[in-house]
Write a protein of this length. Structure first.
Length: 136
């Protein structure tokens, strides 16, 4: 009888820990969904996507990926030069909340500021050679 208890008690503890872990993961996942739902009720972020790496259709691929989020891609084109190794966000309008949302949606952390209140778009994404790493 003692041998059976030695096996059952640790097994019961493992099952209880797995249940607690699963419950915690569900709570964490629920928070992410709720945050996403809150962001979806905000106005779409207006951006322009520019190919800065010279890879054929890189900006179009990025546009297609971004359309899965609450992002309004108003135009796609080429940057002035194809010299970008890394993808970057160009901030045209200083809106911290939208910048945080865009960085969260895209996982692009590099940014520069070129503020222009007359700009139609709030941000530009210049697609660099690493752009596919942001499309996972």
């Amino acid at each position: 009888m003692i041998d059976i208890l030695r096996i059952k008690v640790p097994l019961l503890m493992i099952v209880i820990n797995l249940i607690i872990l699963a419950w915690a993961l569900l709570l964490i996942g629920g928070c992410d969904k709720q945050e996403t739902l809150q962001h979806d009720h905000l106005p779409a972020i207006r951006i322009k996507v520019l190919n800065g790496c010279g890879f054929r259709k890189a900006a179009s691929e990025m546009r297609d990926h971004l359309l899965q989020h609450n992002i309004d891609v108003i135009s796609v084109g080429n940057a002035d030069n194809f010299i970008y190794n890394r993808t970057i966000i160009v901030v045209k309008k200083d809106d911290k909340q939208d910048l945080d949302r865009l960085m969260n949606y895209t996982n692009i952390k590099r940014r520069i500021y070129a503020l222009c209140n007359d700009s139609v778009e709030s941000f530009q994404i210049i697609v660099g050679k690493d752009y596919r790493t942001y499309m996972d």
